[in-house]
Design a protein around this ligand. Sequence first.
Ligand SMILES: NC(=O)c1ccc[n+]([C@@H]2O[C@H](COP(=O)([O-])OP(=O)(O)OC[C@H]3O[C@@H](n4cnc5c(N)ncnc54)[C@H](OP(=O)(O)O)[C@@H]3O)[C@@H](O)[C@H]2O)c1
Length: 312
Amino acid sequence: MMQSDGLRDLKLPLRGGAGLMPALGFGTLVRGSDETRATTTSALEAGFRHFDCSERYRNEEQVGEAIQAALAKGLVNRRDLFLTTKLWNNNHRPARVLPAFEASLDRLKLEYLDLYLIHTPYAFQPGEDQDPRDESDNVIYDRGVTLLETWRALEDLVDRGRCKAIGLSDVSVEQLREIFDGARIKPAAVQVEAHPHLPQTELLEFCRSKGVVMIAFAPLGHGIRPGVLEDPAVISVSQRLNKTPAQILLSWAIQRGTAILTTPRTPERARENSAVSVLPESAMEEINAIERRQRFNLVTGTGIPGFIAKGN
Ligand SMILES: NC(=O)c1ccc[n+]([C@@H]2O[C@H](COP(=O)([O-])OP(=O)(O)OC[C@H]3O[C@@H](n4cnc5c(N)ncnc54)[C@H](OP(=O)(O)O)[C@@H]3O)[C@@H](O)[C@H]2O)c1
């Protein structure tokens, strides 16, 4: 295994003393029950301590089982884990937030969450259907609730002591600023697609200036090829430093100050992706200089997930 030199264990402080987030995170958007349990277990064994879930992924129960098994075996303590889940679009009405939160906690078999996020800024028709559609197959949006109203219901969860921090996902810098300015409890984190082809520089600058942690999803561009894993600059740096392209991309992302979420599907890849290490400044600059721009996930346009595992 490669040397980790501290980057692997880096923790990012959350605003207002809300705790420390391990920069290296495992994303649980995994297809199928058995695969969810297996990949979550492999990630725990490889040393991942930050886990990102969502009610939308429909596998919180299996993630919870894998986590409970690791706790029972003494592999980890709850206080060493950082566990996030997200409120889906059909639950934006304030009256729906606490029940949705409690249902996620029950499925995950947890007493509290470290972070609860609004998964997207789009409110869908309230109800049990996560993907409400009209006869023409268009999504039915809910114009009767604002993002700030949903945010206030998340603030209540913090007041109740059931979650340590709250944040947003799939928002623009303008949307983040609006919530930040209107909030009583400021967003501690924001989760967005970010990688060298979509560096989200303006959002990252805003986050730095306000002490908000930016969490990069798709740091490997969802594994889509051609994509960031095959970028010539990434390949060149990886060959020079004798690391894999995935390790270069994840190390770059953490070294620039973001947390990352990656979803390795085998124990070998879990070990590979957890072996992040500090890159020389010249390698950082080479990757920062990439000019190609590419967004892989279209969820920010409509609220419709562009990358939900088939079968979930
Ligand atoms: N907030 C949101 O709207 C949102 C949206 C999407 C995802 N997320 C979160 O972000 C997490 C991360 O998911 P992601 O797809 O964005 O992660 P990612 O790490 O960018 O992509 C994962 C894919 O990359 C490939 N891969 C993984 N490790 C590799 C390696 N070492 N070498 C080569 N290829 C490798 C795999 O593809 P193959 O299996 O095809 O090889 C894997 O399916 C999700 O699980 C979820 O928690 C959030």
